[in-house]
Design a protein around this ligand. Structure first.
Ligand SMILES: [Zn+2]
Length: 856
């Protein structure tokens, strides 16, 4: 499930119902969205990644460096791929539920391909732990030429929507694409089994209605979006990521595979199968609604298909009394707020940017995961069988909906792209467009004429952002000559995003600052603020209006950014981007004698010029002549980290050596000789350490560094007696993009003007040894997101944070170099522009105790 909003009161009471055959009541749901994710505290990201680490050991094979997957445009159907059969795994968590284990999927698909010419299976990627991802296409056979024609029409819908809208014959020739995504949360299993059942039924049916469906649609099934989680019986993938939060970032290979499917197939309708909410939860959602959708088109179709799915699910005949199954619910209709479609981090909230005009999360009803997984096998299988029926009913209703509204849905998809290409203003949805659509449902944005992306702050960051946009099928141009726009002059090579393009909604949802929606709603389901424009480290200017006279060419990939100066002598690498961190860590691993300066630069000796040239090319980083510089020698920084999975992932991605630790690990006896810096954000409590562990840690603190984040980190700082600072907590569910100011300190200096917070903190009553590295701005500080004061006493709001210290550094009396973060710079691997701040904290902390050396 998307996890539970308590506001949906209907479901809470239903969940407490005891079904027949069960001795245990359903556990009560958490009381507030802020605590819904985790049981051990009011803060997100407080779960240590120890469990995931254990699973890393089971890694099957290395994930590929490149991802050469993608659907062929011109091969006919069926494609008859002989899928490799995975090794049988008797520990697969699906088996207990009577469901198909991961290793059973490929044999089944191979068999179905033999039995039916309607079934094609393809491998579309590989998971973090190395398992194949399967896409099944179900459609009537197509010659190579017929398949190519479908591609041509699909391209025309996207690239010439005005022409496509005028073409009266187009819809009759086009097979409407439908996307069924299953099991993105690994321990919400039955979508996979329902997909396989549906494929089998449709593949072998002789019903003329089915033959008609096969002729007029293509059904695409991502059989399991999360094989790692399915096998391991957990929500996350093998890297510990919740992939239904990753669509704006696409940090995980499984998410990149789903993204590519949506780009390549351009579905008119999609459903994302989850569990467990009783009665079955079927979107559309409550407000706030994402402001970058063509929401009139979206709500009309999404509500219609939602009602159809509801009828199909209720029509199965399961009852509360007999089966413990409550009637279905539709948040848009049945709840005021708490299950929203504001952030495009979820699959059905991402798909509409690629033309999906009916997109749904569906939560099947009966819990079989977490604590319920320990129920008797019989009861689990009873529940899973019902869940599979419900998921299959949702799929059946959706393809029936597309079959009956075929031409209209294609026309609506064309209309979405047409408005984008024409640059029409964000349309205000008429009240009552569907029953219940009121003023509280109206959200709009202002599309600028263009965005200009430059390397003014960081060329590597600009290149990363451009490549990310292109990977999302957003069009980007590169200026071939200098130009003036909106009163500014830009050099040749600057990137321009012309907002008159079919997928302008996706471009804008990433590049715009976002909106402070605190005044409009009290409870949000998940994050409320994000912005690639403000948080990814590139310089992004918005051009509100006016003519766009720029001589430019389309970009397939950002231009190379690496360089090494010709002049002899030592070289400097300024660490303002994660790519520079990667390059520096690469050099350190090679044994290059790098020194770290207090202004955030790495000095590479002239003798290591060749190594510098290599990493410059590898990571696209630019070296400059060093000049005279003073610094301390730097060795590879080895981190002991009590951190969440996304932080471990991000630290490793930057090339640091990370050893996960926790209270339990330290209490069992930890060898500190392999660690230079301790990172603490979750899973470590100084107060709970046994005397031996505390003695060992204290000894480490005499020479090592400490970086902390969040509530757990602040508590550690206080308990361990590190820096003199009082941590003040903002409201626990507050999150978003904040404006910050950073003096020229070793950590904050050179940071972007914005940061990201979730459960923000600030530091007061600072001791003389403490330096403020970054402060919340005195205006705002919230730029976009949701941050209200605590309802009870008015504390913890953004006003209280104004001008307060967000990041501080200092050396405690034992000598430990310490940095405290009240912001969240590595959140879900998203705010790329903030990662180097953490890296600078680590380098400074590791280097500050070293001897000073001077480079001539
Ligand atoms: Zn889910």
């Amino acid at each position: 499930m998307r996890l539970y909003p308590a506001i949906l009161g209907i479901a809470v009471s239903a969940a407490l119902l005891v079904p027949p055959g069960s001795a245990t009541a359903e556990p009560a749901e958490p009381p507030h969205p802020a605590v819904r994710d985790f049981g051990n505290g009011p803060e997100r990201n407080e779960v240590a990644a120890g469990v995931v680490e254990g699973q890393q050991a089971q890694k099957l094979r290395l994930a590929p460096e490149a991802e050469p997957y993608g659907l062929s445009r011109d091969r006919g159907y069926p494609r008859q791929t002989q899928l490799p059969i995975p090794v049988e795994n008797p520990a697969d968590a699906s088996i207990k539920l009577g469901l198909v284990p991961y290793h059973g999927i490929a044999p089944k698909l191979n068999d179905l391909q033999r039995r039916s010419d309607r079934v094609s299976a393809e491998i579309i990627g590989r998971t973090h732990q190395g398992r194949d991802l399967y896409l099944v296409t179900l459609t009537a056979p197509e010659s190579r030429g017929q398949a190519a024609e479908q591609s041509v029409i699909r391209d025309r819908i996207e690239n010439d929507p005005a022409g496509a809208a005028r073409d009266r014959r187009l819809a009759a020739r086009y097979k409407a694409p439908i996307f069924v995504n299953a099991n993105i949360h690994g321990n919400e299993w039955e979508g996979t089994d329902a997909a396989l059942r549906t494929i089998e039924e449709l593949a072998t049916s002789t019903d003329p209605q089915v033959a008609d469906l096969m002729k007029r649609t293509r059904l695409y099934f991502n059989i399991t979006a999360n094989p790692d989680g399915r096998v391991n019986g957990v929500r996350q993938n093998g890297a510990g990521f919740d992939m239904n939060r990753d669509f704006v970032t696409a940090s995980q290979p499984e998410v990149r595979a789903m993204r590519q499917v949506m780009i390549d197939t351009q579905p008119v309708a999609m459903i994302d199968l989850h569990g467990y909410v009783n009665g079955t939860l079927i979107e559309p959602t409550t407000p706030p609604h994402g402001a970058n959708y063509e929401y009139d088109v979206f709500i009309k179709n999404t509500y219609a298909n939602g009602l159809g799915m509801e009828a199909a699910v209720n029509g199965l005949g399961y009852t509360p009394a007999k089966d413990g199954v409550e009637p279905a619910q539709i948040p848009f209709r049945d709840s005021a707020e708490g299950w929203d479609d504001w952030p495009p981090i979820f699959t059905p909230q991402y798909a509409p940017f690629h033309g999906t005009v009916a997109a749904h999360t569906v939560e099947i009803p009966l819990r079989v995961n977490n604590a319920d997984y320990n129920l008797p096998v019989e009861e689990l299988r009873r529940r899973s069988a019902i869940n599979t029926d419900v998921a299959a009913a949702a799929i059946r209703a959706t393809y029936g909906f597309v079959q009956s509204k075929h031409d209209a849905l294609i026309a609506d998809q064309i209309e979405v792209f047409r408005r984008g290409a024409a640059g029409e203003p964000s349309k205000v949805v008429p009240l009552g467009i569907v029953p219940g659509f009121g003023p509280e449902d109206v959200y709009n944005t202002t599309f600028p004429r263009a965005y200009v992306i430059t390397g003014q702050r960081s060329a590597t960051a600009a290149a990363r952002l451009v490549d990310h946009l292109i990977a999302n099928d957003v069009r980007v141009e590169r200026a071939t000559r200098p130009f003036r726009l909106n009163g500014r002059t830009y050099p040749a090579g600057s990137y321009v995003v012309d907002m008159r393009q079919p997928k302008r909604g996706l471009a804008n949802v990433m590049l715009e600052p976002g909106e402070d929606i605190s005044p409009r709603v009290d409870a949000m389901y998940d994050i409320s603020g994000w912005s690639h424009g403000l948080l990814w480290g590139a310089t992004v200017d918005s051009v509100p209006s006016g003519p766009l006279h720029v001589s430019s060419e389309p970009v397939k990939a950002a231009a190379p950014t690496g360089s090494v100066p010709r002049t002899p002598g030592p070289l400097a690498l300024k660490v303002t981007d994660a790519k520079e961190v990667q390059a520096l860590n690469d050099l350190l691993t090679q044994g290059v004698a790098v020194t770290w300066t207090n202004d955030g630069r790495a000095i590479v000796p002239a003798a290591a010029r060749q190594a510098a040239a290599t990493v410059s090319d590898r990571y696209g980083v630019a070296f400059t002549p060093a000049g005279p510089a003073t610094g301390t020698p730097l060795a590879p920084v080895r981190i002991a980290a009590a951190a969440s999975a996304d932080e471990l992932f991000t630290l490793r991605e930057m090339g640091f050596t990370v050893t996960p630790v926790s209270t339990a690990v330290l209490n069992a006896g930890f060898d500190w000789s392999g660690a230079d810096v301790l990172y603490v954000s979750s899973g470590l409590s100084y107060a709970v350490l046994n005397p031996a562990a505390r003695t060992a840690l204290d000894a480490f603190l005499a020479t090592g560094g400490v970086i902390t984040r969040g509530g757990t980190g602040a508590a550690f700082n206080a308990a361990a007696g590190l820096l003199t600072a009082t941590a003040v907590a903002g409201r626990g569910d507050a999150n978003g993009v904040v404006r910050v100011t950073s003096p020229a300190g070793p950590v904050g200096g050179g940071s972007p003007e914005h940061s990201f917070v979730y459960s923000p903190r600030w530091f007061t009553a600072l001791g003389a040894e403490v330096t403020v590295e970054q402060s919340y701005a005195t205006d705002g500080p919230l730029v976009s997101g949701h941050w209200r004061p605590n309802a009870a006493d008015g504390t913890g709001g953004p006003d209280a944070a104004r001008g307060q210290a967000a990041v501080v550094s200092g050396r405690d009396e034992r000598g430990a170099a310490v940095v405290l973060f009240g912001t969240e710079p590595m959140f879900r691997n998203h705010p790329k522009g903030l990662f180097p701040q953490v890296a600078r904290a680590l380098y400074w902390s590791a280097a500050v105790t070293g001897a000073t050396v001077t480079t001539p």
